[in-house]
Design a protein around this ligand. Structure first.
Ligand code: ATP
Length: 314
């Protein structure tokens, strides 16, 4: 089984306990581990795969809490870095009008230093770049660029999820789009939500958006569409893969469960050729990943809701 190196942020989400009021009125918060690349690492290890988390947290109680959560989930944290800067914190509440109220205090996650020794380890393995905060600058953004180009051997597999957060890119969408382009060009697999596919391609039609990304060089594209399932596009050949019917209570982490499950299955292959050559192989994998996403919506919070292999097989 190949290793999946998940690079990016791990942070504390302080979620307001009483929803329906903005952050200025919130008084009680629940501390949760957050960060899309970290969720993906947990999704893979929970399914029995080998995931390695590469990110930076503060050398403080919050940082230690976060690394403990990942370790408990079976993620290899030996490459995680500690900084004197405080652990990144996000405060979130759902205001009365249903809008998310969000305050982001960026700390240690931006300080991940590029590790040249990883180059050897990446060969024959998988690199997952989930970019939510990574493209906001810092040595983390530099490391992302370097890992992308380190990963350009035919013996490894690069996966990219832009994880667009409108709260983080309010007046700067153009910059976000520009920064994503090299990753779309060079990655073997891109995972987009509908909103991301439209934003990054400038097309409202997702079929046209996929063709635009293929034209840039992207090979496999998945566009996740919530309860409808996922549009899969391999070298411009497209198929809608339906999801399963569930009663969702919280959709947080569904996208991370999806990409984690897809990468877990790819990591179980002897070599990467079948995913590029055989549409049916990929369709089966996406169908399984849809199930992982669906199961995650049936419980509260991201990491606690990620399915095990047994739950998925049921
Ligand atoms: P995130 O907000 O985590 O970035 P996303 O928008 O990328 O998520 P979704 O489309 O919400 O991801 O979910 C990923 C996958 O999970 C979907 O493609 C689908 O297969 C499955 N899924 C999500 N929500 C549901 C649902 N309500 N019912 C069934 N399946 C679902």
């Amino acid at each position: 089984m190949k290793k999946v190196f998940c690079v990016g942020e791990l942070l504390i989400d302080f979620v307001a306990e009483k929803q329906g009021s903005d952050l200025s009125k919130a008084t009680h918060f629940t501390k949760k581990a957050g960060g899309a690349p970290a969720n993906v690492a947990c999704a893979i290890s929970k399914l029995g795969g080998k995931s390695v988390f590469l990110g930076c947290v503060g050398d403080d109680p919050f940082g230690r809490f976060l690394l403990d959560v990942l370790k408990t989930e079976g993620v290899d944290i030996s490459l995680a870095q500690l900084s004197k800067t405080f652990t990144t914190l996000a405060f979130v509440s759902l205001a009365e009008d249903g809008e998310r109220d969000f305050v982001f205090s960026r700390g240690a996650d931006k300080e991940l230093e590029y590790d040249p020794n990883l180059r050897k380890s990446l060969k024959d393995n998988i690199l997952h770049l989930g970019a939510a905060t990574a493209l906001l600058g810092g040595t983390l953004e530099r490391a992302y660029g370097k890992y992308l180009f380190d990963g350009l051997t035919k013996d490894m597999f690069i996966s990219f999820d832009p994880n667009f957060r409108s709260d983080l890119w309010k007046e700067n969408e153009e910059q976000f789009i520009k920064k994503c382009m090299p990753f779309i060009e060079k990655s073997h697999l891109c995972k987009f939500s509908m909103e991301e596919a439209q934003l990054l391609s400038g097309k409202t039609d997702i079929n046209e958006a996929c063709d635009f990304f293929h034209g840039m060089g992207a090979k496999i594209i998945t566009v996740t569409l919530g309860k409808k399932g996922t549009l899969l596009s391999l070298n411009s050949s497209k198929k809608m893969i339906p999801s399963v019917s569930v009663n969702p209570v919280d959709t947080t982490g569904a996208g991370d469960a999806f990409i984690g499950c897809l990468l877990y299955q790819i990591s179980d292959l002897g070599n990467f050729d079948p995913v590029f050559e055989n549409h049916e192989v990929l369709e089966k994998m996406v169908s399984m990943a849809n199930k992982a996403g669906a199961i995650t919506t049936t419980n509260y919070g991201a990491i606690p809701s990620l399915p095990t292999k047994e739950q998925l097989d049921k």
